[in-house]
Design a protein around this ligand. Structure first.
Ligand code: ADP
Length: 271
């Protein structure tokens, strides 16, 4: 039988244990809150980053539409095309943001069979004004076997737009050579791959630098979120994104996805 003093000591131990457990739960709740805040901040930054690019494209298309209408003889057909482009960009951005929200909540997003070649062509088409402005000569080499992967079209397109924008930023820093960007698609051991090779400034020499870490940036007005987001999107696809320096100058980014077996490919996929 326990003596009164021993009982008191057991009660005290229990009390202290309870207090410690409460404290621990409080700390857990606080760190949970901190984690959520960090995730929220990252999501907000990502959305800002993803909204900036289409906003730029919307403004230039709106300016073009105004110019077409402002002529002595207004060119309504061309103005209509610019407005349709605005509509398409806005629609796609809305879908991308919705998909990003799903991705950040770890909810399964919609994956369907997609022609890699078609998405590459679309990404280049959308980036055309920025590529032209930066005087980048772009070459595209598409795999005639028309590789197909299961992907979320809007998110994969967004990854490609990010990589192309980074290539433009990189080549803009060089003026001693003709600026180039080469894109190619191919299949290699069960993966479909698209490579983006630029002849810009090349990758940072800092051995500790991880380009894919959130907030890593070497640009004055960079946010360092684009590649982190690209990596997250590619991991959600069961794929990857990697960077390597080129032998002479510039960098190559490779985006890869698991290939859909040829026998299971859709017959209505075009590319
Ligand atoms: P941001 O563009 O805001 O800097 P990103 O996450 O897209 O953010 O890129 C992170 C960093 O990776 C860039 O600041 C740059 O240092 C490096 N980087 C990305 N793409 C290239 C490229 N094509 N060539 C050289 N460095 C690159």
């Amino acid at each position: 039988m326990l003596e009164v003093s021993s009982m008191r000591s057991v009660v005290m131990d229990l009390f202290e244990l309870r207090t410690a457990v409460n404290l621990l739960h409080g700390t857990e709740r606080e760190s949970d809150r901190q984690l959520r805040l960090t995730q929220l901040g990252e999501l907000a930054g990502t959305i800002m980053h993803e909204v900036n690019q289409p906003l730029g494209a919307i403004i230039s298309s709106a300016d073009a539409a105004l110019r077409w209408l402002d002529r002595d003889v207004p060119n309504v057909a061309s103005a209509t095309r610019s407005i349709q482009r605005i509509r398409a960009i806005a629609g796609r951005s809305g879908r991308t943001i919705a998909d990003l929200q799903l991705l950040s909540a770890n909810i399964l997003i919609d994956f369907t069979e997609q022609s890699l070649n078609s998405i590459v062509e679309e990404a280049v088409r959308i980036s055309k004004p920025q590529l032209a402005l930066a005087e980048v000569t772009t070459t595209i080499c598409l795999d005639p076997a028309r590789p197909v992967a299961k992907a979320n079209m809007d998110l994969l397109l967004q990854v490609m737009l990010n990589v192309i924008q980074n290539a433009i930023d990189s080549v803009l820093e060089v003026s001693d050579r003709k600026r180039t960007l080469s894109l190619r698609t191919f299949t290699s051991s069960e993966s479909v791959i698209v490579e983006f090779e630029d002849n810009g400034v090349g990758l940072s020499q800092d051995p500790g630098a991880d380009l894919f870490d959130p907030l890593y940036t070497t640009k004055k007005s960079g946010m360092g979120l684009g590649l982190a987001l690209c990596r997250r999107v590619m991991v959600a696809h069961g794929g990857s994104i990697q960077a390597r320096p080129n032998p002479v100058c510039g960098a190559t980014f490779a985006v890869s996805l698991p290939q859909v077996a040829p026998s299971r490919q859709c017959s209505n996929v075009v590319g």
